[in-house]
Design a protein around this ligand. Sequence first.
Ligand code: PLP
Length: 465
Amino acid sequence: MQWDEFAEWGRKISEWASDYHQNIRALPVRAQTAPGAIKAQLSASPPETSEDMTTIMGDFERIVMPGMTHWQHPRFFAYFPANAAPPSMLAEMLVSTIAAQCMLWQTSPAATEMEQVMVDWLRQALGIANGYTGVIQDSASSATLSAVLTMRERATGFTGNAEGLSEQGKIRIYCSEQVHSSIDRACWIAGIGQANLVKLPTQGSLHTLDGDALRSAISADRAAGYHPAGIIAVTGGTSIGACDDLEMIAAIAKDENLYTHVDAAWAGAAMICPDLRRGLWEGVSDFDSIVFNPHKWLGAQFDCSVQFLRDEKAQIDTLKIQPEYLTTSREDITNFSEWTIPLGRRFRALKLWFLIRSYGLEGLRTRLRNHVVWAQELCEVIRQTPGFFITSEPVLSLFSFRCEGDDSVQQQLVDAINDDGRIYLTQSIWQDQKVIRLQVGQFDTTHEDVMLAHAVIKEIYAGMV
Ligand code: PLP
């Protein structure tokens, strides 16, 4: 492709993007294709000769688009949205145009310095104490793995990387039973093992890790010869929005000399609203590591996960490796690839700069507050609907419910709703029962979209009974 052709296609694709987003409500939220249907339309072997862009783009619309689930659909109430506000998309277009690999300061000083400033903007916005630094990762899973590896190295006197795990089967990490599966996976990969991730019961309306159980587990483990290494808290669990008491956990960690990490992957965005922090965020600045995903609720295009660090040294001592081909002659700079697992790094900070400048924190706060209010209103309407029960109360914008009937009926309802296509919902387990989860968090969602969810749920349920 020649660059003048590139400019023309760039214009066409921008127009396509704008039309797509303006007409997205007419599309079914979840892809309605059968398994294998897209693959069957793709050529099984690569072309030997060039094809023109008009044909490629035509095939994209004809073959690919029907197989897409529309994550930017305003009636996406499943999982958590991976939002992409338009300014952040534009920034990503620039990033993919420049296509820099920003592993070291010198491989693009602007990327490193922008990342330092964006992490600090978000630190201020989230009310985290001055002095924290941080790094932008691809996902919360990677940030959590980095924190778990740091827990392991700190607990082994930073010998694990060099010598392997002589403490294998001995290191213990503590969390509640409401944490995301990325915590389990981090413990597998770090060589700690599922058996040494101690999951403790929760209590109260926020499904908070039980502090007495935590203290007892740590002291029983020490007596049995285990080596407690860290505690992982959650602010906004995935299933039902569990929020731990961060002050309490930080106090226990201090007494026990344990490293702490809090996973606020989706709920962290709401902490830019001081009013929404109340009861959820106190004590956060006593944590060693904090992760939240601006690519979820805040509106930065996927992927973008910010990990704040009270003292970055422990993580750098865990992950830094410096062969000659990566050394640079300057000492007065930051090389962010030394803070994370992958060496290669995208320029993720630019989309934060575009996003935050374009809406201002107050614009972003208004959206988040609306989502919380609308989720609460929808919850009340579902509560009043005959045949429905609320199973977990809203935590920020997430709640769960059931209809009359056993677990198979709940799944049947979820599947029928998603086959209908007007809204998209998913399920989870709470108190050993299948529940239907609903979160409000898509960037362009309106009050009308949220209330339409009630009409669809009620109508589809009525057709089932
Ligand atoms: N933690 C929580 C609480 C989540 O809800 C999720 C995903 O929804 C994750 C971690 C995993 O996030 P990521 O896909 O960025 O690894």
